[in-house]
Ligand binder design. Structure first.
Ligand SMILES: [Zn+2]
Length: 77
């Protein structure tokens, strides 16, 4: 059985986080990969960081649209 444990950093699973589920991933020392026990996502540190960055951009974009909508409402009043 493969050795499994927490990595030196706790990463949340990007795939679960996209569905608003906050899930810590485990680290596979043999494969040097992080993996999620919930959704079968696995990837190395670089992949995890890239996906987390994409999610950050997605949420920032949503917030930006919301602000634009508020600006638009102000124009109507
Ligand atoms: Zn997951």
């Amino acid at each position: 059985m493969a050795q499994a444990g927490k990595g030196r950093l706790n990463f949340r699973c990007p795939q679960c986080f996209m569905r608003d589920i906050d899930m810590d991933m485990f680290y596979d020392k043999d494969k040097k990969e992080y993996y999620c026990i919930r959704c079968q996502y696995h990837g190395d540190e670089k992949d995890v960081l890239e996906k987390n960055e994409q999610i950050r951009l997605k949420y920032r974009a949503m917030y930006h649209r919301f602000k634009d909508f508020e600006d638009f409402s102000d124009d109507l009043s």
